[in-house]
Design a protein around this ligand. Sequence first.
Ligand code: ADP
Ligand code: MG
Length: 312
Amino acid sequence: MRHNTKKETILIALGGNALIRAGQQGTIAEQLENLRQPMQQIARLSERYRIIITHGNGPQVGNLLLQQECCSAVPRLPLEILVAQTQGQIGYMIESTLDGELEAAGLGNRHLVSLISYVVVAESDPAFLDPSKPVGPFYSEEEAKSLPWPVRKTAKGYRRVVASPRPVTIVEKSEIRALIDLDFIVICCGGGGIPVIRDGRAFHGVDAVIDKDLASARLAGEVGVDIFVIATDVPGVAIGYDTPDARYLDRMTVSEARRYLAEGEFPAGSMGPKVEAAVQFLESGGKRAAITAIEGIEQAVIGGNGTEIVLA
Ligand code: ADP
Ligand code: MG
């Protein structure tokens, strides 16, 4: 019996490219293959750390929405149900790949589990008054007119938009903490979690999408994570991103992060919530936070890869 009481806990938030790379079609074979590389790193890390994995679901939920448009024989499913479906499908893909990599690393005795996760949002969240997060397929102006949801014109066409409220609390936080204490590897809060509103003592799902990085930061604070790694498709945080003067940062303090956020260096739909999530995590007592490329997860935990965000 190993003594795990002193093991630190890492939360790894996997971006969409852990599953589908740019230019790929996104077949299940591709997604399983892409997962091998991050799962090899996570398998090795699990020897020395407790592990929580969260993940995005943008392309997967988009495909489910598109599949519904292609079939009118069965009723359309609400977004909350589709988020639950992607937690199941991606949880399964992560579990099966990680299982294989643990086995290959001689760690086949590690237990892992995927949890369907609810995340509470506030009915009074101002995001509900201004749905702005595009989801699912692109429509022509003509098609867009007959859709039953709010729609917005984007660069590539019209898209359904949903609210992106802030995560208030993770419903299963006690269960996740208990599983982590037992040294289970826990996969949870997929796609930012299924957004629910408190209704007396019960919950009901809402048509919304929670940012997975902000949900991960909230989870990290609630279960007492030590190290938070946000893994994405760029080497880290850049200043002047997408300009000839772009410069990746090895290190960024919380006050620099705030200033750059205010100066518009980090857009709302992509790098903004990652930086905000790292800041929130450190301010709620987290020890270390890094934003890094998928290939650099292990190195970022050790230090010296990606952008480390520090309190001061
Ligand atoms: P994920 O699926 O990992 O959440 P996102 O697309 O939401 O990925 O966020 C990562 C993207 O953020 C990068 O691909 C990059 O294009 C974009 N980005 C915007 N601003 C910056 C910045 N200042 N530094 C680095 N990347 C940035
Ligand atoms: Mg994202």
